[in-house]
Design a protein around this ligand. Structure first.
Ligand code: ADP
Ligand code: ADP
Ligand code: MG
Length: 749
């Protein structure tokens, strides 16, 4: 049975008691998560905080501060002058240019801003300086409260070997392995043999999966070691490694812990973050599916012990790797800060963790003791990223021409630092928003997650919403059958199917989508003034003639979701009826009769009657890079079209599908075969090529870094590098032409 019967047994064994526990929880819970009950607010000692971060987390921290009557100070870079977090704060201080190294990582500028605005405390958020022990120390020296643990705890947990040694000593299970000082090759090899293959080599200073190598056999060891050491030296300036047993089918389960200045530490249950891509989480949930309350209690206690061993204070997360074959769990690392996915814990415990952080930083004891912490219902978080899923989840950047999240309620939270018209910049994390839902149990929460993803509309840049929707709908995910290889294991089900370059490959639902878009556009085209002064190309093209039948052909280029496939041209004939009705017909599309209209004159929502069936849809039109775009959401589907320049075609032929297609932007790129194009938004960290040098096809031209990953950009053809104006440290957008490889000409000289 496919993926190992032992694992399956484990799941079944664990499932039963969990469901009993689930029933108890359901019986205790009300229909709304307790966090949204309006609590009476008790005064807090700290009166003003500076938030040393940006985006959604800065906005989220400010929301709680404002609830508690605490003044807020934002900091911002040049790129964020008009950002939401700046707008939401009581005060804001400019701290430097766009690159994070000069602004959000500029410790002295941030501390100076805090002193000047008389903020008593600094909340570091996550990322940036949140896990810098030097920054925590600097705050302390300047008399500012750092809202996190003492610098010694950050330092101890920042070194994987030191952390593992301390955790073993505290009785916390660690992955069997070697994490000693002696780094001689012979000893490391002997240790690997002792542990037994497969083993994992990890950089002791590592993070983001860098300096990590799986070794399957003794013969591969020395080569993998050398490459892990090289990578680690380059990334962290330190080549030390540790070796541990490679767990072949793991789940990532982490525990939220909290400490105060009085030596109290509690845990607020666990989260499952097994579903990852590029070693990064995309969907998290609480509680973890299929675990027993006994397991929860044991892993929670281990996390509390881990925190106590380092004198922990404030919010922290202890990450464990769970071997699904044996059911054993091991300490993996501790994140000494508030975690991106903390909202799922808030939803099931009814607590506000930022409020806890502010209270603890003010010197209060923890708001609750261990036996007062409840667990109610189930919560999911989906991270919505600007990213290119078919290209291997590479980060993207761009403008949010349309941003319409689902309505928030007591069971739906949308955490975001952006809105319509904002940019997702190449300088920072491409996360656009976090969608957090709560339900009475896992299946209710999952239904809500899927529903909210369906209603989450974004256009202007590629996002992972479609992928998340498929994931939320997947039978194995619904069964809670998760491990860290989940996405890899179900790739064929989860990724959009690449299109065969054939005319009949256009799905029927896309043809119907185009027909609906054509009809919706027709209902607005007689009222072009509502589309703004520029109007949309069709809107100014033809007027509506009352009591006359006339027809015209609308052309769309369909943008299939899957990868770098050419646009597919579609042509539709729209006939305006005498009574304000439309018929739409096209190649391989039966005649559709449509009536209906925009819900309100300035809205993007439409109510149409299609062949006498009523349907709601949303339509957005915008211009970008000289190309006109049409995005349509209808039911669960999101169709994306571009519009070729108008062709005043009055013939009866609907053979337009066979003309060449492509907006200007797409076409430019296709025409330059030697162009070296950035496949993702990121920072240039290494440059191998210089103008005039000769490269072979596949040679590395440069290395781009974004979001803890490096991507090597290679020469598409053999030739000479030309027109390279890129410098190390420069940020580039995806699809930027980095340089050209000139073929041939010089060869003859
Ligand atoms: P979590 O487990 O909470 O996702 P991570 O360690 O994966 O924690 O990272 C937390 C956040 O910190 C990320 O989502 C990102 O915003 C930020 N971050 C961490 N490292 C980087 C980096 N190298 N570049 C950009 N952002 C980063
Ligand atoms: P980083 O600091 O780079 O995040 P971690 O130690 O947290 O490094 O590991 C990152 C990921 O690698 C984990 O989420 C897990 O998927 C995988 N991993 C780590 N240790 C092991 C192990 N011993 N066996 C199998 N997979 C592991
Ligand atoms: Mg980790």
């Amino acid at each position: 049975m496919g993926r190992g019967s032992t694992a399956y047994r484990y799941v079944v064994l664990m499932a039963k008691p969990y469901w009993k526990w689930g029933q108890i929880c359901r019986a205790l819970s009300s229909s709304v998560p307790p966090i949204h009950k309006e609590d009476k607010v008790k005064r807090v000692g700290i009166k003003k905080i500076l938030i040393a971060n940006r985006g959604e987390i800065a906005c989220r921290v400010m929301r709680t501060a404002q609830k508690l009557g605490v003044q807020t100070v934002a900091v911002y870079s040049d790129a964020d002058r008009h950002a939401k977090h700046v707008h939401d704060a009581d005060e804001a201080v400019h701290i430097g240019p766009a690159p994070a190294s000069a602004s959000y990582l500029n410790a002295s500028a941030i501390v100076t801003a805090a002193l000047e605005t008389q903020a008593q405390a600094i909340h570091p958020g996550y990322g940036f300086l949140s896990e810098s022990s030097q920054f925590a120390e600097l705050c302390k020296q300047k008399g500012i409260i750092f809202m996190g643990p003492p610098s010694a705890a950050i330092q101890a947990m920042g070194d994987k070997s030191v952390a593992k040694t301390m955790m073993s000593a505290a009785g916390v299970p660690v992955v069997p392995g070697y994490h000693g000082e002696d780094q001689s090759v012979l000893l490391l090899q002997a240790e690997a043999n002792r542990i037994g293959y497969p083993v994992l080599i990890k950089a002791t200073q590592g993070g983001g999966g860098k300096g990590m190598r799986i070794v399957h056999s003794e013969s591969e060891f020395s080569e993998s070691l050398a490459s892990a050491q090289r990578e680690s030296q380059a990334a962290f300036g330190d080549s030390r490694v540790l070796i541990e047993k490679y767990v072949s089918q793991p789940r990532h389960i982490e525990v939220q812990i909290f400490g105060d200045k009085h030596g109290n530490v509690v845990h607020l249950n666990e989260r499952d973050c097994s579903v990852q891509r590029r070693h990064q989480k995309i969907i998290e949930e609480a509680p973890a599916p299929h675990i027993t309350s006994e397991f929860r209690q044991r892993i929670g206690q281990a996390a509390v012990n881990a925190a106590k061993a380092v004198g922990y204070e404030s919010a922290g997360t202890v990450e464990f790797i769970v071997d699904t074959l044996s059911g054993d769990f091991y300490f993996m690392e501790m994140n000494t800060r508030l975690q991106v996915e903390h909202p799922v814990t808030e939803m099931v415990t009814g607590q506000d963790l930022v409020e806890w952080q502010i209270r603890v930083a003010s010197g209060e004891v923890l708001p609750l003791q261990q036996d007062q912490i409840k667990l109610s219902g189930h919560s999911f978080e989906a991270r919505i990223y600007a990213e290119n899923v078919p290209k291997g989840f590479l980060p993207a950047a761009g403008l949010l021409h349309h941003y319409h999240p689902p309505a928030i309620s007591s069971t739906v939270r949308v955490e975001s630092g952006v809105g319509k018209g904002d940019a997702v910049s190449v300088f920072y994390d491409p996360m656009i928003a976090k969608l957090v839902v709560w339900g009475q149990d896992r299946s209710a929460a999952l239904i809500k997650l899927h529903d909210c993803l369906t209603k989450f509309q974004i256009s202007g840049l590629p996002t992972n919403i479609g992928f998340l929707k498929t994931l939320a709908n997947h039978h194995a995910f619904a069964a809670g059958d998760v491990d860290t290889h989940f996405i890899e294991r179900f790739k064929p089900d989860l990724l959009p199917v690449p299109l065969v370059k054939q005319d009949d490959a256009v799905p029927q639902e896309t043809r119907v989508g185009a027909a609906l878009a054509a009809a919706a556009i027709s209902t607005t085209s007689s009222r072009s003034k509502e589309m703004g002064s520029k109007g949309f190309i069709w809107n100014s093209e033809l007027g509506f003639r009352l009591n006359h039948e006339y027809s015209r052909i609308l052309h769309f280029d369909w943008k299939p979701e899957a990868g770098d496939v050419p646009l597919v041209p579609l042509a539709l004939r729209v006939t305006h009826g005498k009574l304000g009705d439309y018929t739409v017909e096209g190649h391989k599309l039966e005649k559709i009769c449509i009536t209906g209209k925009q819900v309100e004159s300035d809205s993007h929502e439409y109510r149409l009657h299609v062949n006498n069936k009523s349907t709601s849809l949303s339509l957005v039109q915008f211009h970008q890079g000289g190309v006109s775009h049409v995005d349509l959401w209808e039911g669960e589907r999101h169709h994306q079209f571009t519009v070729p320049m108008p062709q005043f075609d009055t013939s009866d032929e609907l053979s337009g599908e066979h003309r060449s297609s492509g907006g200007q932007h797409e076409r430019n790129q296709v025409q330059t075969p030697g162009a070296v194009i950035a496949p993702m938004a990121g920072r240039v960290v290494k440059l191998f090529a210089d103008n005039g040098i000769k490269v072979k096809k596949g040679d590395a031209i440069l290395v781009l870094e974004a979001m803890k990953m490096e991507h090597v950009v290679k020469a598409p053809v053999e030739g000479w590098v030309r027109g390279c104006k890129i410098e190390v440290g420069q940020q580039v957008s995806d699809n930027t032409i980095l340089c050209h490889i000139e073929v041939g000409i010089l060869e003859m000289n």
